[in-house]
Design a protein around this ligand. Structure first.
Ligand SMILES: Cc1cc2nc3c(=O)[nH]c(=O)nc-3n(C[C@H](O)[C@H](O)[C@H](O)COP(=O)(O)OP(=O)(O)OC[C@H]3O[C@@H](n4cnc5c(N)ncnc54)[C@H](O)[C@@H]3O)c2cc1C
Ligand code: SF4
Length: 545
């Protein structure tokens, strides 16, 4: 596939619409606005990765890490993995053309119906029937599928063998992966998944149905101009009502001169952290927004944890592509899932997924586990390689549940900061530890919550940040309305909105979902685009390319 992006020098001074960010929300917005015939620019801070260019060795992986803490920062501003080290919680997000879809585990689930029954959502979400249509479109474009032979995968078998300790047996969750050779909904040829297990470092086969292989090529085919290394700082409203977007041009380590473009429509889709940050900065430049901005941050009750020393074979470390070990079928990053449901109390529901770690971090594993006193096993693996010895039975778990969305994002100088001092005391984390501890014990191993705890601290960490620009009925309860329109805090009525300014990504979700969020983010963006089209008398066909 040829490149989708073009150099920022080619950015024009004016567009009909500018989409900021290129994850699920940005991909949907770019595709639909371009299909409606608008002149669209997509601005993404990260860079474009062609299939085959994702990190497959540790030195490459190290180059793709950017870490920001309160008093220090390391790595390039365009590195693929963006880690925010926080006093109360750490957050991991993707950076690149395609956003989090490039590095996620691809699990695509719909939340329990009780999630949308929560009155925290604006009434229209329950009333207009378009949430279901959004999910239908999201599924048509991302194509969730269950791997038919999951029971043959070792990490699935290990989860199954231990499952009696916590209740239900595992099921195979839908993942947005092509298990057969096909063409994506965006019209890109895709080989079949090789079960290499490297999904969370980027799919070098081209079988993961990322935004870069679906919505973005569709947007480009319909005329959208896509720019990388373009980090939006803030927006201001011009006297004629158009939006002036100030962009930092990122080149490698630093930033070059700012660039400016204007548009009648701006869709912020820079993710929970990015969109909230752009609006916080825009408020400092005079934009009137709800004082709920930054509130209702949720970690989606999400943790990653490990079991070390199990007596069963797990084979949960990716082999990559080309495969580092011939004939080993690790499986997609997630193949099995245990659903602990609770008909009376939604907040107690937990989904536990067995995960595969990407092959590029394999050399780090012995080092990561040494501080936990497992020196002997770690050294054995250093000598024999992680595909033999104790790391053959290393279990990785992704667990998703609910929290109280009690975090708050704010600016600390020029840095986005997350404040959530009570996060570590959220009851869900103790429940998750207890449940995962039982699973690991049933496999004969010991539970390792965070092998990097000595370096990073023992705060919870999430890869599912949500909220910050949460939806509400009006500016007292939310930052955007049900269709992603940004409330104007200085408007005549409490539900007045800024004409032409939208947020469409994980930031608008006002509570935990209890399942991995990609499908809901995509569905809500599809729904918001239906409202945008109706409001502006635009028409677009949503059929796959
Ligand atoms: C390792 C990992 C595993 C995961 N596994 C799953 C899973 O299995 N299932 C699931 O549902 N979810 C998973 N997730 C979460 C999921 O990927 C995210 O929830 C999803 O990508 C969020 O979509 P989004 O559209 O809100 O934003 P993103 O996908 O985060 O996209 C935002 C984009 O905006 C760009 N950006 C940010 N700031 C700016 C700026 N100022 N200017 C220009 N561009 C900007 C970013 O670089 C990024 O490309 C995982 C995440 C990670 C990191
Ligand atoms: S298992 Fe490998 S081939 Fe399959 S989607 Fe994941 S990274 Fe791609």
């Amino acid at each position: 596939m040829s490149r989708l992006s073009r150099p920022l020098d080619q950015l024009k001074p004016a567009y009909d619409a500018i989409v900021v960010g290129s994850g699920y929300g940005g991909g949907v917005a770019a595709s639909r606005l371009a299909r409606a015939g608008l002149k669209v620019a997509v601005l993404e801070r990260g860079r474009e990765f062609a299939t085959g260019e994702f990190p497959s060795r540790f030195p490459e992986m190290r180059q793709e890490m950017q870490v920001t803490a309160a008093r220090w920062r390391t790595g390039k501003a365009t590195a693929l993995f963006d880690v925010r080290v926080g006093d109360d919680m750490h957050v991991l997000v993707g950076c690149g053309l395609g956003g989090g879809s490039l590095v996620n585990a691809a699990v695509a689930l719909r939340p329990d119906a009780r999630v949308f029954a929560d009155p925290v959502w604006p009434g229209q979400i329950r009333q207009d029937g378009l949430v279901d249509e959004g999910f239908r479109r999201a599924e048509q474009w991302l194509r969730p599928a269950r791997y038919a032979k999951a029971q043959e995968i070792d990490k699935f078998k290990a989860l199954d063998a231990a499952s009696a300790a916590v209740g239900p047996r595992p099921v195979t969750p839908p993942v947005v992966v092509s298990f057969e050779e096909t063409a994506s909904a965006g019209g890109v040829a895709q080989p079949a998944c090789t079960l290499c297990g490297d999904c969370c470092a980027g799919c070098n086969v081209g079988a993961k149905n990322t935004v870069a292989l679906t919505y973005l090529p569709d947007a480009a085919r319909n005329g959208a101009e896509i720019f990388t290394h373009a980090r939006v700082r803030h927006l201001t409203k011009e006297s004629d009502g158009r939006w002036r977007v100030t962009i930092e041009r990122l080149d490698g380590d630093g930033k070059l001169a700012d660039v400016v473009a204007t548009a009648g429509i701006v869709v912020l889709a820079a993710g929970t952290l990015g969109s909230t940050e752009v609006l916080l900065r825009s408020r400092e430049k005079g934009l009137s927004v709800s004082d709920r901005l930054g509130a209702r941050f949720s970690a989606n009750g999400d943790i990653i944890a490990f079991g070390y020393g199990a007596t069963t074979t797990v084979n949960g470390i990716g082999v990559g592509h080309p495969a580092k070990v011939e004939g080993m079928k690790v499986g997609a990053a997630v193949t099995g899932q245990i659903d602990i449901t609770d008909a009376d109390d939604l907040s107690k529901e937990i989904h536990i997924q067995e995960g595969a770690l990407p092959s590029a971090i394999a050399p780090m594993l012995p080092v990561m586990f040494v501080p936990n006193g497992r020196l002997l096993g770690a050294l054995q693996s250093l000598v024999s390689g992680v595909y033999k010895g104790p790391f053959k039975s290393l279990q990785t778990f992704f667990a998703v549940s609910h929290d109280n969305a009690g975090g708050r994002l704010k600016l600390d100088g020029d840095r986005l900061d997350l404040a959530w001092p009570e996060a570590k005391d959220e009851p869900i984390f103790a429940r998750l530890d207890a449940t995962l501890g039982k699973l690991v014990a049933a496999s004969g191993g010991s539970y390792v919550k965070n092998p990097l705890g000595a370096v990073m601290g023992h705060q919870p960490a999430t890869a599912h940040p949500l909220g910050g620009c949460g939806m509400g009925e009006d500016r007292m309860s939310g930052v955007v309305d049900h269709a992603g329109r940004v409330f104007d805090a200085a408007g005549a009525s409490s539900n007045a909105v800024h004409e032409g300014l939208y947020v469409m990504d994980g930031a608008i979700i006002p509570r935990s979902l209890g399942v991995n969020p990609l499908l809901t983010i995509t569905a809500l963006a599809e729904r918001a685009m239906l409202h945008l089209a109706a409001e502006r008398r635009l028409a677009f066909d949503a059929a796959p390319a």
